[in-house]
Design a protein around this ligand. Sequence first.
Ligand code: HEM
Length: 406
Amino acid sequence: MSADPLDPFEAFEEAQAQGVRDPYPEWAEMRRRAPVHEVDLREEFGLDPDTEIPDLPRSYVVLSYDGVTQVLRDADTFSSSFYSDTMGAVMGHSILEMDEPEHHLYRGLIQQAFTRKALERWQDELVRPMVEAIVDEIADRGRGDLVRELTFPFPVRVIAGMLGLPAADLPQFHRWAVELISVGFDFDVGMAASQKLREYFAEQLAPRRDEPRDDLISVLAQADLEGHRLDDEAIFAFLRLLLPAGAETTYRSSSNLLFGLLTNPDQLAAVLADRSLLPQAIDEGLRWEPPLPSIARWSTADTEVDGVPMAARSVVNVNMGAANRDEKRWDRPEEFDISRPPLQHVSFALGPHTCLGMHLARMETTVAMETILDRLPKMRLDPAADDVHIRGRAFRSPRSLPVLCD
Ligand code: HEM
């Protein structure tokens, strides 16, 4: 992430953040007034409310825990086909945008690549050596930036390793991945990246159809569920989804957890002293600052959400970030507090589209945290660092985490 304004990482970061530092007070104020609000899509996208848009759909934002869980569990009334009308253009027809029963079949096929055994192997052969090498470098130097050096690069390298891609292709692969999700503000760049990724994945897939190797693309190429197979386009769509779904989220969630601990040194000290606190620290980080605060659905029928009427064919913005801070469910919800009693949050969603990579994400974050706690026990925010904070609207995380660790 350089200061070069043409750098796609920097351009994406600026565009997605929309200059937003902390949307939570506004969400809390709205949630206190009502669990669901009708909103103007033009304003949501930062357009003038008088802009003429033909057939502009009605739109709602759901902010309460009860409302969000109701929407996510009821996939008949709240369709994921919203994504086919938006991201489908760059992703292809991925499981993210499928409804039942199609979704169930494809998810079943893809899940074959995410076994417990595969997870253990990725942990030992891929994640741990990679994280250790990065953290050792920071330890030797006595200082470093945990975002730029660790949390930003490592999840995409893990995915490239899982797919069995040559290490030399990694910088280009990461660049295409970021360009792909830039589609919301630069359609041409997103479409070009989508095409290049398709060509690249086609080159990778063809030899594995004939001769499977020991990697995820080969498992997808061979996957079979009651005689159904994944065709090439289904595999390309999944592989394209994997980049934003798996890399962007894990990078930001592990950064947010580190930010929570670094800005609450007593809690960092508690985890250092008692590693059994790590799983609950990871979950509190996810509850407090989900990397992806909201997702979307189409409503398919006139309905009611948490007691509020909602019209059919409306865009439903499912605000998991606001739901995770619903004061009806959590005391002092704005505070990062790893000693909270365990209570399910919705950062991985719920229902049929519950995050497929949840266990992988937890494993990656656990390994990163264990390594940091082992090798950087004196880690603290660099006092010379200027105003380190979490920001963003579509995705949230700090841009850097400069630490001293000598
Ligand atoms: C902390 C990290 C992560 C968070 C917070 C997260 C969050 C989410 C959420 C909220 C959804 C639901 C999207 C929707 O229905 O609109 C989702 C779906 C998904 N996630 Fe994750 N994710 C994370 C990591 C990962 C990783 C590492 C992978 C890699 C395999 C992954 C793969 C997926 C896939 C494939 C889906 C689509 C599932 C479906 O539609 O059935 N995610 N994730």
